[in-house]
Design a protein. Structure first.
Length: 204
């Protein structure tokens, strides 16, 4: 259990904590819960950046890390997106009616739910491709620059969506970063499939 693996395990432990305050905001109040969630999420994301850098720099890459690190990453992002929906529905400060009975909160939840589906689909598709290619040809698909940009956009975007309702109920920045998340997620997914699709044999 080297340091990168310990950081990965720490990330797994921290996920339920920030998720708890997202799905049960009544404990601290919605506003305080948003601040606590944002801090815990950023600290969790920090372990994601540190464990990879340390593992590569000191050659501490292990099979445990190869399995747990991407799993922890997915749980962190998926958990945060699920929590954002709960937080948004619980925040009465987003109840401004925009048009025909549609409030700011309900509009954001509808757009967010669709975008979250796209992001989850991409993550699961790339993860599945990694498994198939690795089993078939022994190829390890490392994160490329587009994948790293995608991860950074998700971390920033999720943080903005947690914090912005404290300052504005129009959520303009949240919509902008949500769009950035979707674009970078799809583009990085396309780059992976373009590079490794030839290794997937439909006859096997």
């Amino acid at each position: 259990m080297n340091l990168p693996n310990k950081l990965t395990c720490l990330r797994m432990v921290m996920i339920p904590f920030f998720l708890f305050f997202m799905v049960v905001p009544e404990v601290l109040g919605v506003s305080a819960s948003r601040i606590v969630c944002a801090v815990l999420f950023l600290l969790t994301a920090l372990t994601d950046m540190l464990d990879g850098k340390i593992a590569r720099k000191y050659n501490l890459i292990t099979d445990f890390g190869k399995f747990m690190d991407p799993l922890a990453d997915k749980l962190m992002v998926f958990g945060a997106m699920f929590g954002i929906l709960v937080l948004t529905s619980a925040d009465s400060g987003l109840d401004r009616e925009l048009f025909s009975g549609v409030t700011a909160s309900s509009l954001f939840m509808r757009v967010f739910a669709f975008c979250a589906f796209v992001i989850v689909f991409r993550e699961l598709a790339v993860t599945s491709m990694r498994m198939v290619v690795s089993n078939a040809d022994g190829i390890v698909i490392a994160a490329n620059i587009f994948g790293k940009i995608k991860t950074v956009s998700q971390i920033i975007g999720i943080t903005v969506m947690i914090i912005e309702p404290l300052f504005s109920d129009l959520l303009i920045a949240s919509y902008v970063f949500l769009a950035v998340m979707v674009v970078t997620t799809l583009f990085s997914g396309f780059s992976y499939f373009k590079a490794y699709w030839p290794h997937i044999n439909s006859n096997k």
